[in-house]
Design a protein around this ligand. Structure first.
Ligand code: EPZ
Length: 422
């Protein structure tokens, strides 16, 4: 198994590019099930989750090929395969994104409920509520969502849950509604940039969608959808992680593929903490000459502060002056990183869905273990600012969402290397 070693204490400096967004690419790949022609996707990162989605789509009769120039070509065969097996679904929750397209296109479905997750409960009740509103007859049997549908009909629905909107739930309903007969209205739809990117792909395929980027999406069903070509948006979470690494190390880092419109919650938070942040077309530069100050952060659905940057923000705040309160309003149990950061000397007290971070004491490098994707990214940031050596094991979690992270950080001056655990 791969592990990572970091020697902390270096200021990061330079320019780096964020890869394509994993969480945009995954549902867009699933949309290939809806297409009558081939899809050509550019800027799809080469990551474990993308390979898992490729396996899942292949099992569902989609031919997926990576061309030498990096483009991903997806061609849906006329297959009637409609089983998303547990052996694949257990490794990646985003596999649930095939549910909407399968219900709309193949009608008969057998999709395994996704596996457990380190960041807390992740129900799919809202996905089912929305699809049932469209007329899908779905039940749960032996751990599988099963259904034997007919043509769907447009409907009005409210997709808000106890923690706000649902990102992959909105994606699923959208991908079913585009082929339903009549008009569908989704209220409390997720507004995340990844959902907007999926909408843009569906438009290119011939779908009719209004209200993109707002919490009310109005979809008029069409009879069929064509293939298309699309460049996936850059990964705002990877970009945000690199900016935080720059700010945490007192560095000067410019990230290309960092769009202000996707990242303003982070940018304002960094400014509040005393960092200088400038933004250009799709580039953001962060400089932090002085020690950062404490800030309070609350995660919320977009355009609020993203839960996927909460752990990395917390690692950064361990080096800030003062006391910060980090409140998690999307996944109230998403604090697996707290115990590992504490092993590195961070002073963090967990209180319900919040963590109180006493900053300023310098972390000390230690052997730590990655528990989930973003928690691993937090440990990388902690390793960059800590005194001495940090060894992170189980970095396959990191590899699920960050393409060539050690090369990118290395180019910015980090002392970081990947090695095989003995
Ligand atoms: C997406 O997950 C992302 N994954 C997650 O990124 C991200 O953390 C999350 O959105 C929130 O932004 C992908 O896009 C592949 P949700 P998703 O449905 O869609 C509750 C990462 O690190 N809920 O928006 O599964 C749910 O429990 C990953 O890259 C219901 O109650 O998240 C949560 O509290 C991790 N019922 C809230 O809604 C439902 O049916 C938001 O979840 C669905 C969700």
């Amino acid at each position: 198994m791969d592990a990572m070693e970091l020697v902390g204490g270096r200021r990061l400096q330079g320019r780096v590019r964020a890869s394509g967004a994993k969480n945009a690419a995954l549902p867009i790949m699933a949309a290939s099930i809806l297409a009558d022609g081939p899809m050509r996707l550019k800027n799809v990162p080469d990551l474990m989750d993308i390979r898992t989605m490729t396996r899942l789509l292949t099992a569902l009769g989609v031919r997926v090929e990576r061309e030498p120039d990096g483009d991903l070509i997806l061609k849906c065969t006329s297959s009637r395969k409609s089983e998303a097996p547990y052996r694949i679904m257990k490794t990646m929750r985003a596999g649930i994104c095939v549910l909407g397209p399968l219900v709309a296109r193949r009608r008969k479905v057998r999709v395994s409920l996704p596996g457990g997750c380190a960041i807390g409960d992740r129900p799919v009740d809202l996905h089912l509520k929305g699809l049932r509103a469209l007329g899908a007859d779905l039940g749960i049997e032996h751990g599988y969502i099963v259904g034997d549908g007919k043509r769907l009909r447009g409907a009005e629905m409210y997709l808000g849950g106890p923690f706000g909107s649902t990102v992959t739930g909105t994606a699923n309903i959208l991908m079913a509604a585009v082929l339903a007969k009549g008009v569908t209205v989704i209220d409390c739809a997720a507004c995340e940039p990844e959902v907007q990117d999926l909408c843009r792909v569906l438009l290119k395929m011939g779908a009719q969608i209004q209200g993109i980027g707002s919490p009310r999406l109005v979809i008029e069903g069409v009879d069929g959808l064509a293939g298309c070509e699309h460049a996936v948006i850059p990964d705002r979470i990877e970009a945000g992680t690199l900016l935080l690494a720059g700010a945490a190390t007192g560095g000067d880092v410019t990230v290309e593929g960092a769009r202000w419109s996707d990242l303003f919650a982070l940018v304002h938070t960094l400014r509040e903490a005393g960092a200088e942040v400038e933004h250009f077309d799709d580039t953001i530069r962060v400089r932090s000459r002085r020690r950062l100050k404490s800030v309070d952060v609350t995660t919320l659905p977009f355009p609020g502060f993203p839960t996927d940057l909460q752990a990395q923000m917390m690692a950064t705040l361990t080096a800030a002056d003062g006391i910060s309160v980090v409140t998690e309003k999307i996944f109230p149990d998403r604090f697996m990183h707290v115990a590992e950061l504490s092993r590195m000397g961070a002073r963090i007290r967990k209180e319900g869905n919040a963590a109180v971070v006493h900053g300023a004491k310098r972390l000390s490098g230690a052997p730590v273990m990655a528990s989930d994707l973003r928690a691993s990214a937090a440990l990388v940031i902690a390793g960059l600012i800590a005194q001495g050596k940090t060894n992170i094991t189980r970095i396959y979690h990191l590899d699920r969402g960050y393409e060539k992270i050690e090369l990118k950080l290395g180019r910015l001056g980090a002392k970081i290397r990947r090695y095989k655990e003995s």
